[in-house]
Every structure is written in structure tokens, then in C-alpha cells.
Ligand binder design. Structure first.
Ligand code: GLN
Length: 489
């Protein structure tokens, strides 16, 4: 029996029935991880994981995460376990404390097996810019196609059936986009719903803890554990938590879903449109009311630029502490400036330097009004429009990506409508801090493509309800690179 291929709930049953032990699971998952050819891991902690798993002998029936192995993206602080966010500037850095989510998962006796690769410091969306090089898409044995990023290693580890879930972070789309390219469920909650204490900040007004799983119910069950107020994160919310799986399976009749017109119109692939249309038909047949929502073409075309200015500006100031002294390797010099200069010149890749140059430029006194403040105002406009739309409908729906994972060699026209809108609209959920979920919709040439729902703040329960209803129609729950299925839609 291949237990690691099972969905979370079935794996839980097997653990409770003592068909398999947490130790066996951790060992098998680590074996798979060591044999992995997708370059998904920064660090595997065999010793810590196995000795912890060994202590788990009495199954806890009402705790679905008991003994479940998982990985965390390498931008979560993990006590005594090296954490470098796939950046040379942090090579060898060993945190002295755990991120709150890591602590919560340990309390539930989930077993952390190691840390996954990312686009350096979580900036980027290709899975190609971490300091260990390219992370590959397990769905593509020829290794020509991206898994996407920035949470590339976490996506690859779940898609390759090494673990049933993995933590990532989502600032613009870094979980929900790779989920589309790797056939996974990728979820980010409302801003403030999950504590970010111990998550390396990239752009805190946009950053969310997020994660991958292979079905919707797992995603809801994991939120039960991670959601809640945390005294260590002042931005975490006091809104009471819920049983997030409670509505799954209940009828969705009468719910209202809005198709984002501009995303649909900007898709060039007819197959993508056809499958999207089938998803809409399926929702209609379940009694969902469908509306077309226009957020405005100009506003939609401005998403990417707005995201870029705000995220680069925040990233520049939040990463100013990476000066080569407080963390990571020390490169000797005669002055603070020289030490810092060497550390940042040698420690960051081109992409990061470029973003810091853009960020600094936007924050310069003489440019602030024209660039940074203008982007902030535009963000407010976007948020207004989206919240207005969510008064008319309960959810927004759109393709999570315009098609299957692109090839590494593929060049995208960054000024095309498809790129600006269909490829980059998921940041709406970050701008407005709304819960958002991607699920697999169909496969083309054995490569998956996902669809995304975004809901109102703190309505995660309803979001899981509708996502699970559509998942049932697609027949793609439990999809993985080893278990490629034909979808129904
Ligand atoms: N791809 C986006 C970027 O390049 C999003 C990154 C993220 O969500 N961490 O910044």
C-alpha cells in the first residue's frame, strides 16, 4: 500500500488503525525526498523528523494531523534547522525560534521532514531563481516545464506524492499559481487569519501563509489547526475561528458566482476557455447563479504594475536587515559599508537586486508621490471595486493561469493583455486580503491547469464549500504526478 499517495483523511484512518506508523511514513517520505529529482529541497532533517516520529505511538483519533509528514517552504523560521530562503545571503543561518505555524503543527504532532526550495526570498514566480537552481515540475518527466513559484519546492513535494501537504507563502500568487501548474489545491486565507510570526517578510501588506494539498477537504482541515489570533503577530485577527470543513458537501444552490470578465476575455487558448465554460455549466447545474463581473479593463491592466511597485518597495525596506552582519555568512571588510556592500553584492541574485533597485527608486523622496503613493491609491481603487463586486456575488471565479505550465525556454510578452491580466490577476486576493483557492480543472497533454475562487474576508468555510463542490464535478481530487487522471470537465 502506498500510504503517501492517500489523501489526508484516508491516511489518518490508516494511522489510527495502526496499519502504518508515523515513523514508517516519515521514513518512506524521506526516502522519496532523497531520491527526488525535482530539486525540491533545501534541507532534509532526517534525524529530527525520525526521532520525533518515533515518539508518536498512540494515535489520536480526533486529530487528523497526528503523525502526518509535511514540508515547509524555506522562508519559515525553524528552530535549529537551517533556513536560508534559497538565498546565498542567508547560507548557514540557523534560526533560534519556530514560526507560529511550525509550532502549531508540532503541537498537533505533524512531522516536519525538511525545508523546500523557493524563488530566492519568495520573489519570483518561475521556480528558477533560488540559489540551488531550477525546481522541476513532477508532471513533466522531460523536465522542460516550470512548476512555478515562488513556493516551487513545496508544490513539487506534494505533486510528487512525497507528503500530503506542504506550507508555502503567497504574496502575489506564490501558492495559488504553482498549484495550477502542478495540479494541486493551493489555498491562502484572509489576511490576518493565520499568524505570520516567523515567516520571513517579503511585502507584509500582501504576505500570507498559504499551503498546498491534493484535495479541498485537507485544505479546510489544515486551516482548523493554523487559523487564529497569535499574540506574537499584531496583524493576526481576533475574528473567531470556525470548523472550516463544516459546509463541505452541503448544497451550493443559490450561491452567486461572478466570472471576472477581463480575465476570461484575455485568455487566448480556446481549450482553456472551453474547460472554464464547462466548470461554469457544472456550477449552474448545481443551482449556482452566475453573473459576469467587470472590474474595468484599465484597472485590470494596472494590477501587475501596482503589485510590482508596492511589493518591491516593501521588499526593499523589509530586507534592509540583510546586511551580512546580523544573519548569514560574514564577508570581512574595513567598514560597515564595505561589509554590507560585499554581502549584498555577492549574496543576492540579479532578480533580487533588480527588485531592490526598483523598490528604492519608488521610495525616493522625489518619486514617492508619482510611484509609490500612486500605486497605493490604485490599490485602494482595486480593493474598492472587488469589494463592491463581492456585494453582488459571493465569489469571483477565473482561471488561475492561462494554460499549462510554460516551458523554461518560453518567453512571455510582458506587455500583452494575456500576461498582464490572465497571468497576473491573482494578486487581487493579496491586495484585498481575501481568501482564495485554486483547484485543478483539467489536464492537457498530461499537464494540469487550475481554476480559482476568491471569496469575502473570513468566509473561508463557504469558499471550501464551493471549491469542494466543483472538485467533485472535476473528479480531480487526489490528483498527483503519479496518479494522473482524466478530468470530467
Ligand atoms: N510571482 C510574484 C512575484 O514575483 C508573487 C510572489 C509571491 O507571491 N511570493 O513577486
Amino acid at each position: 500500500m502506498d500510504y503517501l499517495d492517500l489523501p489526508l483523511l484516508e491516511l489518518h484512518k490508516a494511522l489510527v488503525n495502526k496499519e502504518v506508523t508515523p515513523f514508517d511514513l516519515a521514513k518512506e517520505a524521506l526516502n522519496r525526498a532523497h531520491r527526488d529529482e525535482n530539486n525540491a529541497f533545501e534541507y532534509l532533517c532526517d534525524e529530527e523528523a525520525l526521532s520525533f516520529a518515533k515518539t508518536l505511538t498512540e494515535p489520536e483519533e480526533d486529530n487528523v494531523l497526528w503523525g502526518i509528514p509535511y514540508f515547509a517552504k524555506d522562508n519559515f523560521s525553524t528552530k535549529d534547522i537551517p533556513t536560508c530562503a534559497s538565498s546565498d545571503i542567508l547560507s548557514g543561518y540557523v534560526p533560534v525560534y519556530d514560526a507560529t505555524v511550525i509550532e502549531l503543527l508540532r503541537d498537533k504532532k505533524a512531522v516536519l521532514l525538511g525545508k523546500t526550495t523557493l524563488d530566492e526570498l519568495a520573489m519570483g514566480g518561475t521556480g528558477m531563481t533560488g540559489h540551488l537552481g531550477i525546481t522541476y515540475n513532477p508532471f513533466d518527466p522531460s523536465k522542460e516545464r516550470m512548476v512555478g513559484g515562488s513556493s516551487c519546492g513545496s508544490a513539487a513535494s506534494v505533486a510528487a506524492s512525497i507528503v500530503p501537504f506542504a506550507l508555502g507563502s503567497d504574496t502575489g500568487d506564490s501558492v495559488r499559481k504553482p498549484a495550477s501548474l502542478a495540479g494541486l489545491v493551493g489555498f491562502k486565507p484572509t489576511w490576518g487569519r493565520i499568524s505570520r510570526y516567523g515567516l520571513f517578510p517579503f511585502a507584509p501588506s500582501l504576505d500570507h501563509v498559504a499551503y498546498f494539498s491534493r484535495d479541498v477537504i485537507s485544505s479546510a482541515l489544515i486551516l482548523d489547526v493554523l487559523a487564529g489570533r497569535d499574540e506574537k503577530d499584531a496583524t493576526s485577527s481576533f475574528v473567531p475561528v470556525e470548523k472550516y470543513e463544516e459546509n463541505i458537501g452541503k448544497p451550493i444552490k443559490g450561491m452567486k458566482v461572478g466570472i471576472i470578465k477581463e480575465v476570461y476575455d484575455s485568455l487566448s487558448n480556446q481549450a482553456t476557455k472551453k474547460h472554464f465554460d464547462s466548470a461554469i455549466e457544472a456550477l449552474k447545474n448545481s443551482g449556482v447563479e452566475i453573473k459576469e463581473i467587470s472590474l474595468g479593463h484599465d484597472l485590470m491592466e494596472s494590477l501587475y504594475a501596482t503589485y510590482f511597485v508596492i511589493s518591491c518597495a516593501e521588499a526593499t525596506s523589509n530586507n534592509a536587515n540583510l546586511d551580512g552582519i546580523k544573519f548569514g555568512p560574514y564577508r570581512a571588510g574595513n567598514s560597515y559599508e564595505e561589509v554590507m556592500n560585499k554581502a549584498r553584492t555577492q549574496g543576492f541574485s540579479e532578480l533580487i537586486k533588480r527588485r531592490f533597485v526598483i523598490g528604492s527608486y519608488c521610495l525616493m523622496k522625489e518619486n514617492q508621490d508619482e510611484l509609490f503613493l500612486r500605486a497605493q491609491k490604485n490599490r485602494a481603487k482595486i480593493v474598492d471595486e472587488v469589494n463592491k463586486a463581492l456585494k453582488e456575488v459571493d465569489f469571483l471565479i477565473a482561471m488561475a493561469a492561462p494554460g499549462i505550465a510554460p516551458k523554461f525556454t518560453q518567453k512571455s510578452d510582458k506587455l500583452s493583455r494575456e500576461y498582464l491580466i490572465a497571468d497576473n490577476h491573482l494578486c487581487i486576493g493579496n491586495f484585498a486580503g481575501l481568501p482564495s483557492i485554486t483547484i485543478p480543472l483539467y489536464l492537457e497533454n498530461d499537464m494540469p491547469v487550475g481554476i480559482n475562487f476568491t471569496g469575502r474576508a473570513f468566509e473561508e468555510k463557504e469558499l471550501f464549500q464551493i471549491a469542494a463542490a466543483l472538485e467533485k464535478e472535476t473528479g480531480l481530487a487526489g490528483l498527483s504526478a503519479k496518479n494522473k487522471k482524466e478530468g470530467n470537465l
